[in-house]
Unconditional design. Structure first.
Length: 294
């Protein structure tokens, strides 16, 4: 596993007073970020998997799965690499602030504070992270049972400001605050918000190994046989709500996806032998299991 580098969001700092229905972060939170440059395109998925305690404080393990395409602009040829970086260490405090912890220095850095977004009004100065323009629009997005507030600066090609509980989306002002990257999608509890026209399926799917992603222990599923030569039988005791599945390799790339009934089989006979991650989501959340194709 490579050393984690934060490239996702540029977050800011102030206080928080709002009472929330639920924590902004949980084990299903995912950020998908596009990064483009000269001869290089990166599709990054940031996700949480498990946790670790330092002293008396527990942090989520925070990973970045990167699918990078590099083209030699002088001699031609393309190189594709898939890499997982992490973990970093992220927590949300009781006031809704997100903190990044550095175990090497035993210090925390404030990564995002929701209060400036919650308090923002149209016409206010958008002075986050060095930007200096006026908030021109406010949009509310449903995410599960919660509505999240998003504020937009004067960048003329679309609303790319900051979003409550999510972070900075991309460029905010038409000058002085330029990104070479932007957030394409945000997912939590199986619900996805897309920003712009990005195809969320292009990004790596997290290869979580934690089995405690969904807190409702009555909603479980079984996979058998495991290992299998190809056919995996899946039985759930979830209700009849729509259930999606995806199977990824260990760098998070999807090898198969579809929908589940309460009992069904998934045939991986056409997939190479190895260890894979099976993710199942419904309207409650997500569960994950490792499966082995012999």
């Amino acid at each position: 596993m490579k050393k984690f580098t934060f490239l996702l969001l540029m977050f800011v700092n102030v206080g928080f007073t709002q009472i929330t229905f639920f924590n902004y972060l949980n084990y299903t939170s995912e950020w998908r970020q596009y990064r483009g440059g000269l001869g290089e395109t990166g599709y990054n998925t940031y996700y949480l998997d498990g946790d670790q305690t330092f002293g008396s404080i527990t942090y989520y393990n925070f990973y970045r799965s990167e699918h990078k395409i590099e083209t030699n602009i002088y001699f031609g040829g393309t190189t594709i690499t898939d890499t997982v970086y992490g973990p970093g260490y992220l927590r949300e405090d009781s006031n809704g602030k997100f903190w990044f912890y550095d175990p090497e220095t035993n210090t925390e850095t404030l990564w995002f504070d929701n209060q400036p977004v919650i308090n923002a009004n149209i016409g206010d100065t958008y002075n986050f992270t060095g930007a200096n323009c006026v908030i021109e629009n406010i949009v509310n997005y449903p995410l599960g049972s919660r509505t999240l507030k998003r504020i937009c600066g004067q960048y003329t090609t679309g609303c790319t400001g900051s979003m409550e509980g999510v972070g900075d989306i991309g460029m905010v002002c038409s000058a002085g605050y330029e990104f070479t990257s932007y957030m394409a999608c945000y997912t939590k509890d199986g619900n996805t918000i897309s920003f712009g026209n990005s195809d969320c399926s292009l990004y790596p799917v997290p290869n979580r190994s934690s089995l405690s992603i969904i807190e409702n222990t009555e909603n479980t599923f079984a996979v058998f046989p495991n290992p299998s030569n190809g056919v995996f039988n899946i039985v759930t005791n979830w209700d009849n709500s729509e259930k999606k599945y995806s199977i990824t390799n260990l760098v998070g790339l999807v090898v198969k996806k579809g929908y589940l009934n309460n009992t069904m089989s998934i045939d991986l006979s056409d997939v190479s032998s190895g260890v894979y991650i099976l993710n199942i989501t419904n309207n409650i959340g997500m569960v994950t299991k490792k499966i082995i194709k012999q």
